[in-house]
Write a protein that binds this ligand. Structure first.
Ligand SMILES: Nc1ncnc2c1ncn2[C@@H]1O[C@H](COP(=O)(O)OP(=O)(O)O)[C@@H](O)[C@H]1O
Ligand SMILES: Cc1ncc(COP(=O)(O)OP(=O)(O)O)c(N)n1
Length: 506
């Protein structure tokens, strides 16, 4: 018997529902990390429509619980009836119940409505040590267990439900899980969160033959973080949501566990509170870039480098005509050497390009680099006493480009390639504009070079290179985009260093 056979007992209206309607019956955590707040985030993050009937109000934050208020139980009844009178509930997740009266009320409602999926997280004590269920209500909670399809106790709760000491190893925890599952006749999710070690396994346990075997373990690496506030709430709400879609507890856990692990791993980015912070439920929902957005961000990132370039003696000297000829000759010779390497890198971009238009563009660019390289030798370097060996900046810059091309990522390579187009075109336009404004004197020692800077074909190619890079960023993964930013920033630095190299090395 496979675990999927369980799906045969599901009402057809709920099974496989694209957007499961999931009700959380739980307490409120105003700090947003646990309770109904965590449940609603978890349900939404896992593709469900979340609803919440509040059993209790807590005053708590990431450091602990400072107060609990259980409103009159009649009002809970009103909330539950308002929901089930109008809305089909595909799954219920039950969390903090507070006291016996609340438990009895929830039992009455469950027996009347009989939701297709019931997940019970037997919340008793918060990680901070504060009680969330009156001690006198523990027996009442035990009587609720058989009404659940899945019970998700943490190890202290598992021990309390069995009236045994808390398990201190995984084998004992599984053994306890089996006994609780056999007692209740349903499935128990044994969680490894409270054990030490580099692994953090969870296991589904059922002794009635519902699963493919009595214990189905799903492994996972332990995340080193303090931010575990609300992991139990988040897991149980996510399991309720996923189960409506899958009708299979194992498939649900296989889907939910990596999501929760990532929510723990990225929890630091939330920066909520000074204690045990919440998990990052929506880590998987990346911001969708609009066309031009990534390029605009790159341009903002390049701005300090551009300012640095305009402040260089080389650029000022080129503009005024005071630049020593020796430095200009060094620059030209290094440019020729650089273009040879750049040509190879553009050819590699052509090889990685996803479209023929891009392939053609980079192949043309590669060819033009070689043409400009020979023109530099033919027209500009002939008769000049210039350094023929590759200088340190040229070497580092080309090595950086080759490393980006070896990364195998088209997007990263384009980010590394782009500053040579973009910054060069920008600086060229600026220098040419200033030269024209100053009267475009033919007496200027670098007049020919400054005139050549205003090449409209190069400006058009630059716009195209920006568009291709922007499109590649939109198709890239977040990790790839981070690598793009890094590659772009390094190339910008090398552009500045390249203009400054003649002063240092000529
Ligand atoms: N540090 C961690 N790294 C990875 N997963 C964790 C970690 N801590 C808890 N989990 C997972 O979070 C879920 C809740 O586990 P647990 O902390 O045991 O329950 P509770 O939050 O109810 O005390 C389980 O799936 C568990 O494996
Ligand atoms: C209102 C409320 N409900 C439940 C809990 C317990 O949350 P849990 O996910 O079990 O983990 P901790 O937050 O205790 O680490 C709660 N704190 N508040």
């Amino acid at each position: 018997m496979t675990s999927t056979s369980y799906s045969t007992v599901y009402p057809l209206a709920s099974r496989g529902r694209r957007i499961p309607r999931v009700l959380s019956i739980a307490g409120s955590d105003p700090s947003g990390g646990a309770g109904i707040q965590a449940d609603l985030k978890s349900i939404a993050a896992n593709g469900g429509y979340g609803m919440a009937a509040v059993t209790a109000l807590t005053a708590q934050n990431t450091r602990g619980v400072t107060g609990v208020h259980v409103p009159p139980v009649e009002f809970l009844r009103q909330q539950l009836e308002a929901i089930s009178d109008d809305i089909a509930v595909d799954a219920v997740k039950i969390g903090m119940l507070g006291d016996t009266a609340v438990i009895d009320e929830v039992r009455r409602w469950l027996e009347k409505v009989r939701p297709a999926v019931v997940v019970l997280d037997p919340v008793m004590v918060a990680t901070s040590g504060d009680r969330l269920l009156r001690e006198s209500a523990e027996t009442a909670l035990r009587t609720l267990l058989p009404l659940a399809d899945l019970i998700t106790p943490n190890l202290p709760e598992l021990a309390m439900l069995l009236g045994e000491p808390e398990a201190s190893d995984w084998a004992t925890a599984l053994d306890q899980g089996k006994r609780l599952a056999a007692e209740c006749g349903n499935t128990v999710l044994v969680k490894g969160g409270h054990l030490p070690g580099t692994e953090c396994p969870d296991a589904l346990v059922n002794t009635t033959g519902l699963l493919r075997q009595d214990v189905v373990e799903v492994t996972g690496a332990r995340v080193h973080t303090r931010n575990s506030h609300g992991t139990g709430c988040s897991l149980s709400a996510a399991m309720a949501t996923a189960q409506v879609r899958h009708g299979d507890w194992e498939a649900s856990l296989q889907e939910v566990k990596p999501w929760l692990q990532q929510a723990l791993a990225t929890s630091g980015s939330l920066e909520v509170g000074a204690g045990n912070g919440p998990v990052n439920h929506f880590h998987h929902q990346e911001h969708v870039l609009t066309p031009g957005e990534y390029a605009a961000q790159l341009w903002r990132d390049a701005s300090p480098e551009l300012q640095a370039i305009y402040g260089l003696d080389f650029i000022r000297g080129l503009q005024s005509g005071d630049l020593p000829e020796r430095e200009f000759a060094y620059y030209l010779a290094q440019d020729a050497l650089y273009l040879n390497g750049y040509s190879r890198v553009l050819a590699r971009a052509g090889a990685l390009a996803p479209t023929e238009a891009e392939q053609l563009f980079w192949a043309r660019g590669s060819q033009q680099c070689l043409e400009v390289e020979s023109e530099l030798h033919r027209n500009w370097l002939a008769g000049r006493n210039a350094e023929a060996a590759t200088g340190p900046v040229t070497k580092s810059y080309v090595d950086h480009l080759l490393a980006a091309s070896a990364s195998g990522s088209y997007a990263v390579l384009l980010a590394a390639i782009l500053p040579c187009y973009w910054l060069y075109a920008e600086v060229g336009q600026q220098l040419h504009g200033a030269y024209v404004e100053a009267g475009a004197s033919l007496e200027h020692p670098y007049a020919d070079w400054l005139r050549a800077y205003a090449d409209e074909d190069f400006a058009a190619a630059t716009r195209q290179a920006i568009d291709f890079t922007d499109a590649a960023a939109r198709a890239a993964s977040p990790a790839e985009r981070a690598a793009m930013g890094e590659a772009f920033a390094w190339s910008c630095r090398y552009e500045t260093a390249f203009f400054d190299a003649p002063r240092l090395h000529a």
